[in-house]
Design a protein around this ligand. Sequence first.
Ligand SMILES: Nc1ncnc2c1ncn2[C@@H]1O[C@H](COP(=O)(O)OP(=O)(O)OP(=O)(O)O)[C@@H](O)[C@H]1O
Length: 283
Amino acid sequence: MSRLPSHAVQGELKPLANAHNIIAVGSGKGGVGKSTTAVNLALALAAEGLKVGVLDADVYGPSIPTMLGLSGKPDSPDGKSILPMRAYGIEAMSIGLLVGDDTPMIWRGPMATQALTQLLRDTCWSDLDVLIVDLPPGTGDIQLTMAQKIPVAGAVVVTTPQEVATMDARKALKMFEKVEIPVLGLVENMAVHVCSQCGHAEHIFGSGGAQWMSQQYDVPVLGSLPLQRSIREQGDAGKPIVAAQPDSAAAQAYRMTARALLARLAQRPKVRTGIAAALLGAG
Ligand SMILES: Nc1ncnc2c1ncn2[C@@H]1O[C@H](COP(=O)(O)OP(=O)(O)OP(=O)(O)O)[C@@H](O)[C@H]1O
C-alpha cells in the first residue's frame, strides 16, 4: 500500500500532558453512531475503574456536550489553559463548549485544524488512564492533525452492517494504517433491532458486514450494539445509557465492548498499569 509522505507521519508527536493511552474513535461515514459509541465506551471504561476523558474532535458537528448534558463555558484559570468539564465521572472537552450552541462550524480545513490543535494543547486533563477522541466522520485534515500531533495508542472504527457504511469504514481503516495508528478493532453499531413490543429481532441494516471486514483486514470486532430506541433517547436527553441504565442489556453490551478494547490495548507496548489493573478487576 502507498504510504503518506514522511512529513505527514513524522510530525512532532508530543505526548499530551496527563492523558495517557489516547484512543481515536472514527468512522468512514457520518451518522453511524460514532459519538454515541465514543461516549458510552468512555463511560464503560470508567465503570471498569479507569480515569477517562473524552475529547470531541468533531469540530464541524460537536455533539458530545449534548450527549453528556453539558452546557456553559469551561473555566480558564489563567485565560489560556482550559479545564475540562465533568459528567458522570468522566472529563470532557469539546469545541461546542467554547462556541455557542447555535454557532455553525463553517470552517476551512486550516481553521478546523487550528481549533483542534488548541483543544489538544490547552486542555488541562487530570491524570487520565484513557482519553477517547471522537473524530469527525471521514478521512480528512482533522484525522491527519491527530496523527501528526499526538501519540495515538490505537483507533476504533465504528460502522453499521450496511454495505455502504462498511465500504466507507474500510477507507477509515486504510487511513489509520497509512498514518500508522493501529486499529484496535471494529464496533458494529445498530447491528440488530429488537422490537420493544414483541421482542422480534430484525437486521434492519443487514448483517455480517463487520465480520467480513474483520476477516478481510484482520482486525477484531470488539462488540456489536443493538439499534435501540433507548440508546437514542438517553443520548438526546444528555444521559447516556451506560450511566443512566447500567443494568440494561445495551449498557452491558457497551461494557463487554470496553473490556474487549482494554484487552486489545493491553497487548500494545507501553500501556499504563491502570489498564492492566482494570483488566484484572474485570476478571
Ligand atoms: N445503537 C443505536 N441505537 C439507536 N440509536 C442510535 C444508536 N447509535 C446512535 N444512535 C442515534 O443515531 C444518531 C446518530 O448518532 P451519532 O451522532 O452518535 O452518530 P455519528 O456517527 O457520530 O454522527 P456524525 O457523523 O454526525 O458525527 C443519533 O440520533 C443517535 O442517538
